[in-house]
Structures are given as structure tokens and as C-alpha cells.
Ligand binder design. Structure first.
Ligand code: FAD
Length: 392
């Protein structure tokens, strides 16, 4: 059934749960081992009207807020974190285009994405620069009324099958300046060098990409510093990465409960054991706190988006403290849950026989991508601890 545009938030979540039950539950091991990107599943998600659910209504999208996105992603990731990741990571690039592309650019790139339910990829990371993005070497050089983009990008999710790529580059004319440029996927010179074999999120696709003299109209450059725009887009995607951790953690908890009810111990069942109960209570506490930090961050993001000048306001804010808090907290709390969960199954928890191994591997990415915890600690310290006025 297609979710109509005027339905209540709880009905949207109900639809997503039904979708997850029908399309993902029971197929997780296949999704993990086959390493295929399950396009038919994404097509069915588009069929219920929720592909790219955040795209603005004036462009034909659903216009759902990030707070609702937290619950949608938690449900999808309960089914499969890789499917969730593929479905939401376009939010990073599209947020930049939506806020900092001119009206013609927004219409040209986002309206088709809203209509067809396609994908967008963001290309920031480079091998040598690592998380020091100011050191990237990809360039975008003006040539008449075109930009010529060249460089090597180390990781980019969805790049192979995206409708367009948002590339972060240095300005060829002034290496101190950075820019974000839109490259339609069929631009000559874009080459996938390889698809990475990841230990988790295996139903998603992340690629190493070469850009060789890719020519696009100069109007494809977004307005503002590419690095600042990336920071702003990351506010949305980091919160949804954190929400993926919530979904995976909920799945770990339910798997442990099922096991506890089956496993015999001391003449009864493991689920009746107090030590087991205490561990599950800790999991529940962490899951509640994880969901709360995600919702708090999402509400702050949504409030800025609902203001009179979100593009200007975000240029002032840059990275939201609540977004990095959500990602760091969910990565760490989620890892504690996945680790406790994997111990719960004894030796079987260390085999490929049970889904807990997949969940452990899937959970790992939350603390690594879009700024590993050390990078975010450093950011938090410099921006929100050193300046006394920013402390709570
Ligand atoms: C599944 C997956 C999907 C991805 N998708 C994309 C994508 O779509 N687009 C994209 O651009 N990138 C993507 N990436 C890249 C990802 O965002 C980076 O890998 C991640 O941010 C970590 O950066 P890095 O690999 O450069 O490692 P680094 O950050 O360089 O880390 C290497 C080591 O240096 C340490 N370190 C780095 N900085 C500091 C610091 N300031 N203080 C202390 N220690 C530090 C780290 O702790 C770590 O030990 C993806 C990666 C993965 C795994």
C-alpha cells in the first residue's frame, strides 16, 4: 500500500514496520552473505511512497522531518542496517543541494529524485587526507562556463547507482577554498575503481571512485564553502547513522530475549535468571537513551529547517553539538549492547550460525563513519568545551 502524503507519523511508522516484516525479516542472513544490493527491495520501498522521505514538498517529496526520519531508520535498521544505510545516506548530499543549490539546480536534481526515488552519493573522503578534509587534493577548476573536476575519492556510498554525485573539491584557482559540485552520474570521466568489501552493512555499496576531467556547468557548484556545506549536511546523516544503531540494538535485544526463553538453565530458562534480566534491563536503558539523543538532535535540526532562513542559520551553526552527541553516544552505547548480546549466546555467538555476528559487525560502523569517535571527540572539545560560553 502507498503511504499518502497526509498520514499521521504513527501511521508512517506502522507502514514501515509492515514493510520491514514483509521484505526484510527472515532475509537478513541472505542479505548479509550475498552482498548484493537488493534493488527490488528499494523499489518496493519507493512503492509505498517513502523513498527519500525528507525531500521538500515543493519539489514533489514527502517533506518529513528528521525526527520522523529517526524512527523510520530505526525500523529499517531493525530489519537490515545495510538497506537502511542505502535508503537514507542520500540525505547528506541532498541536504546540501536543497539548502545551497539555486532554485534551478534544486529543481533539476532533487525533483527527479523525489519522483523516481533514486539515490545521491557524497564524495568527501580521500586516502591521504583521512579525516583532515582540508587536505583533500581533488580539484574543481573553472574553464569558461564549466568546472573541470579531477581527483581520487576513497569511499563513497551509493556512488555507482546514484543519479548524481556531490563532490567536495578544492578550487583550482585558489587551493585555500573548497567547493561542493554536483556531477550527474553519467558525466564522462567518472569511474568506479572498486566496490569495497565491508565487514558490515553488506547489502549496501561503498565505492572507490576516480574523477578524470569531469566537466559540468559552473552553475553545478553549490553556494558557499564546500567544507562548511559538508558539515551542515552531516548534521542530518550523522543523526540517521545514530538511529541505525538504535534499530540494530533493538534487534540484538529481541534476539537475546528469544534465546533466553529457549535456553535451559538450572532447571528453568535463561530468561528467568536474574543476571540475564539485569543485562537486558541495561540494554533497554541504553536503547531508550540512544533514541532520546537521536530525537533531541533531530528536533534541533528540524527547528532550524523550519525557521525563516535555514541556509543562513546553518552557516552560523555548522556542526550541531546534538548531532555529534547522538552519533558518539549511539556508537558507544550500541557497541556495548552488541558486545553483551554476542556474549549471551556462548560459543554459538562467535560462529556464523546466528544473526548476532552480523548485528555486531553492522553496529561497528556507527563509531567509524562520518567522523570516527576520536575525530568527533576532538571536534566536541575544540568547539564545545574550550569556549566557555558553549559549555552547558
Ligand atoms: C561503510 C562506509 C561508508 C562510507 N561512505 C562514505 C561516503 O559516502 N562518502 C565519504 O566521503 N566517505 C565515506 N566513508 C568514509 C568515512 O566517512 C571515513 O572512513 C571515516 O570518517 C573515517 O575517516 P578515515 O577513514 O579517513 O580515517 P581517519 O579519520 O584518518 O582515522 C584513522 C586513525 O586516525 C585517528 N584520528 C584521525 N583524526 C584524529 C583526531 N583529530 N584526533 C585523534 N585521532 C584521530 C583515528 O582515530 C584513527 O585511529 C565511508 C566509510 C565506510 C566504512
Amino acid at each position: 500500500m502507498r503511504v499518502s502524503s497526509q498520514v499521521a507519523p504513527e501511521e508512517v511508522i506502522h507502514e514501515v514496520r509492515q514493510f520491514v516484516r514483509a521484505e526484510l525479516i527472515g532475509r537478513q542472513t541472505d542479505l548479509d552473505t550475498s552482498r548484493e544490493i537488493p534493488f527490488p527491495i528499494h523499489e518496493k520501498f519507493r512503492g509505498i511512497g517513502l523513498a527519500n522521505w525528507w525531500l521538500p514538498e515543493d519539489l514533489g517529496g514527502r517533506g518529513l522531518g528528521l525526527e520522523q526520519g529517526v524512527d523510520i531508520v530505526s525500523e529499517l535498521a531493525y530489519g537490515d542496517a545495510g538497506v537502511a544505510f542505502t535508503a537514507f545516506i542520500s540525505v547528506l548530499g541532498t541536504t546540501m543541494v536543497s539548502l545551497y543549490g539555486g532554485e534551478d539546480t534544486r529543481r533539476a536534481f532533487l525533483a527527479p529524485l523525489a519522483g523516481r526515488g533514486g539515490f545521491c552519493a557524497t564524495l568527501g573522503s580521500e586516502q591521504a587526507a583521512g579525516s583532515e578534509l582540508a587536505r583533500i587534493t581533488t580539484t574543481a577548476t573553472l574553464d569558461g562556463d564549466e568546472l573541470v573536476v579531477s581527483g581520487e575519492k576513497f569511499f563513497s556510498t551509493n556512488a555507482d547507482f546514484a543519479d548524481f554525485l556531490v563532490v567536495i573539491a578544492r578550487r583550482g584557482e585558489d587551493h585555500a577554498e573548497h567547493v561542493a559540485v554536483i556531477l550527474p552520474r553519467d558525466t564522462p570521466g567518472i569511474r568506479m575503481r572498486r566496490r569495497w568489501s565491508m565487514i558490515g552493512l553488506r547489502s549496501s555499496g561503498t565505492y572507490q571512485v576516480s574523477l578524470d576531467n569531469c566537466r559540468v556547468p559552473a552553475a553545478n557548484a553549490l553556494e558557499g564553502s564546500g567544507l562548511r556545506l559538508l558539515e551542515i549536511g552531516l548534521n542530518a546523516s550523522r543523526v540517521l547513522i545514530a538511529a541505525t544503531g538504535v534499530g540494530v540494538a533493538r534487534c540484538v535485544r529481541d534476539l537475546c530475549m528469544e534465546y533466553g526463553r529457549r535456553k535451559s538453565l538450572g532447571g528453568g530458562k535463561l530468561a528467568a535468571n536474574q543476571v540475564f534480566g539485569a543485562k537486558l534491563a541495561d540494554m533497554e536503558m541504553r536503547i531508550s537513551a540512544m533514541r532520546d539523543v537521536c530525537r533531541t538532535a533531530a528536533r534541533e535540526f528540524d527547528a532550524v529547517m523550519a525557521g525563516p532562513d535555514p541556509a543562513g542559520a546553518f552557516l552560523g551553526h555548522g556542526t550541531l553539538k546534538s548531532a555529534i552527541t547522538a552519533k558518539m553516544f549511539c556508537g558507544q552505547a550500541g557497541w556495548a549492547i552488541a558486545a553483551a548480546g554476542s556474549e549471551m549466546f556462548g560459543g554459538l555467538g562467535y560462529t556464523d550460525e546466528l544473526m548476532i555476528g552480523k548485528l555486531l559487525r553492522d553496529m561497528r560502523h556507527v563509531s567509524i563513519i562520518e567522523g570516527g569517535d576520536d575525530v568527533l571527540r576532538d571536534l566536541m572539545y575544540r568547539r564545545y568545551v574550550v569556549p566557555v560560553a558553549k559549555r552547558i
